[in-house]
Design a binder for this molecule. Structure first.
Ligand code: ZN
Length: 268
């Protein structure tokens, strides 16, 4: 083997290696770039729910409009499953995040600049309460989840439903007790997707207002607050209140409507 042959074959080998090394170098540079990190963040927000939560079990609904006292509000993501309804509030923030469960405002700090923002748990509480009322769910059936995206770092201890990156997926998956049936899940999805939330909210409000009016009327006439029947004066037979008088519904035992005695004297 002569020297020139040796060098040529060495160069050949190097060139062959470069074919592999070059793309790797390009990829490494790309992965390190700010652009890529930004894209990656976006990608995670948009697809991690799809990628990591089985869509046969978890149904993602985006941009849900909810009614409020003074108009409407938007929920970015709702995930409906037999493990409950997950109401997700996403926060696209970087820097250091300071906050506590019961603090009204939280702080974001980037270098020396700090910025206050509303406690996202409070913000999402309104969403979950409205949704709970509209879908007639109990506390076990609805979950509030805060998902910080971007490069935020928590600098204070956060409750487990305040998550970072893909943490919200882990949180959702940690709920393993079924609290809704398949048909309830279906009904909830339909109700949300058909945009029936606002109309049913208006009906609810009107209904409550009507009930309040009706019960005020009954109060004035000393009628049973529950069914509107005539009330009669009765006496407590047993217990520490024995001997005390009260108004009881004449529909007893079918109706157990009562009123305190003193509170009706003024209306007589
Ligand atoms: Zn009654």
């Amino acid at each position: 083997m002569n020297v020139s042959y040796f060098i040529t074959s060495l160069l050949d080998q190097l060139m062959a290696q470069m074919v592999y090394i070059l793309p790797v170098l390009v990829l490494v540079t790309l992965f390190k770039s700010r652009w890529f990190k930004g894209k990656l963040g976006e990608f995670l927000v948009n697809t991690s729910a799809k990628l990591r939560l089985d869509d046969k079990i978890y149904h993602l609904i985006k941009n849900v409009t909810l009614p409020t006292e003074d108009g409407t509000t938007q929920i970015d993501h709702i995930i409906v499953s037999i493990y409950g309804v997950f109401v997700i509030e996403t926060k696209n923030m970087k820097g250091w995040i300071f906050g506590g469960k019961d603090q009204r405002t939280w702080t974001q700090k980037i270098f020396k600049e700090s910025h206050k923002f509303q406690n996202p748990l409070f913000q999402n509480y309104k969403h979950t309460q409205t949704l709970k009322e509209l879908l007639q769910l109990n506390d076990q059936q609805i979950h509030s989840v805060i998902a910080f995206m971007g490069e935020a770092t928590f600098k204070t201890e956060m409750p487990e439903n305040v998550t970072q990156g893909g943490g919200y997926v882990r949180y959702i998956k940690s709920k393993i007790t079924p609290v809704l049936t398949e048909s309830e899940v279906k009904a909830i999805i339909e109700k949300i997707e058909q945009g029936r939330l606002i109309s049913s909210w208006k009906t609810d409000r009107a209904h409550v207002a009507h009930l309040n009016e009706k019960s005020a009327e009954r109060m004035n006439q000393n009628l049973c607050p529950k069914c509107g029947a005539v009330m009669v004066l009765r006496e407590v037979k047993k217990g520490e209140n024995a001997g005390k008088q009260f108004w009881g519904c004449t529909g007893y035992p079918r109706c157990r409507g009562v009123r305190e005695y003193y509170d009706s004297i003024s209306t007589q």
